[in-house]
Unconditional design. Structure first.
Length: 71
Protein backbone atom coordinates (compact mmCIF):
# COMPACT_ATOMS: atom_id res chain seq x y z
CA UNK A 1 0.00 0.00 0.00
CA UNK A 2 1.28 3.44 -0.94
CA UNK A 3 0.05 6.75 0.40
CA UNK A 4 0.20 9.86 -1.78
CA UNK A 5 -0.89 13.40 -1.04
CA UNK A 6 -1.26 16.49 -3.19
CA UNK A 7 0.10 19.84 -2.05
CA UNK A 8 -3.47 21.12 -1.80
CA UNK A 9 -4.53 18.23 0.43
CA UNK A 10 -1.49 18.74 2.66
CA UNK A 11 -2.32 22.43 3.11
CA UNK A 12 -5.95 21.56 3.93
CA UNK A 13 -4.95 19.02 6.61
CA UNK A 14 -2.39 21.42 8.11
CA UNK A 15 -4.95 24.23 8.33
CA UNK A 16 -8.00 22.24 9.45
CA UNK A 17 -6.19 20.09 12.03
CA UNK A 18 -3.67 22.78 13.05
CA UNK A 19 -0.81 20.39 12.35
CA UNK A 20 2.80 21.00 13.26
CA UNK A 21 6.03 19.14 12.60
CA UNK A 22 6.13 15.91 14.59
CA UNK A 23 2.36 15.32 14.45
CA UNK A 24 0.91 11.99 13.30
CA UNK A 25 -2.36 11.57 11.41
CA UNK A 26 -4.01 8.16 11.22
CA UNK A 27 -6.32 7.17 8.36
CA UNK A 28 -8.81 4.33 8.93
CA UNK A 29 -12.15 3.05 7.69
CA UNK A 30 -15.26 4.07 9.64
CA UNK A 31 -18.57 2.32 9.53
CA UNK A 32 -21.23 4.85 8.61
CA UNK A 33 -21.04 8.21 6.99
CA UNK A 34 -21.23 8.96 3.32
CA UNK A 35 -18.80 7.90 0.61
CA UNK A 36 -18.93 7.58 -3.14
CA UNK A 37 -16.45 4.69 -2.93
CA UNK A 38 -18.28 2.21 -0.66
CA UNK A 39 -21.81 2.75 0.68
CA UNK A 40 -21.95 2.67 4.49
CA UNK A 41 -18.26 3.37 5.04
CA UNK A 42 -16.20 6.56 5.16
CA UNK A 43 -12.66 7.72 5.80
CA UNK A 44 -11.73 8.18 9.46
CA UNK A 45 -8.98 10.64 10.41
CA UNK A 46 -7.44 11.12 13.84
CA UNK A 47 -4.41 12.77 15.38
CA UNK A 48 -2.89 9.69 16.97
CA UNK A 49 0.45 8.09 17.84
CA UNK A 50 1.19 5.03 15.69
CA UNK A 51 1.38 1.57 17.24
CA UNK A 52 2.33 -0.62 14.25
CA UNK A 53 2.51 1.31 11.00
CA UNK A 54 1.40 -0.61 7.93
CA UNK A 55 1.90 2.27 5.48
CA UNK A 56 3.05 5.84 5.94
CA UNK A 57 3.97 9.07 4.24
CA UNK A 58 6.00 11.86 5.83
CA UNK A 59 5.56 15.36 4.42
CA UNK A 60 6.81 18.59 6.02
CA UNK A 61 7.63 16.66 9.21
CA UNK A 62 4.06 15.31 9.54
CA UNK A 63 3.49 11.56 9.34
CA UNK A 64 0.29 10.31 7.73
CA UNK A 65 -0.24 6.60 8.36
CA UNK A 66 -2.45 3.53 8.31
CA UNK A 67 -2.08 0.98 11.09
CA UNK A 68 -1.01 -2.49 10.06
CA UNK A 69 -4.28 -3.91 11.46
CA UNK A 70 -6.32 -1.56 9.20
CA UNK A 71 -4.73 -2.60 5.91
Amino acid sequence: MNLNMSKEALQWYKKELELEQGDHIRFFVRYGGCSSVQKGFSLGISKDEPQRIGASLEVDGITFFVEESDI
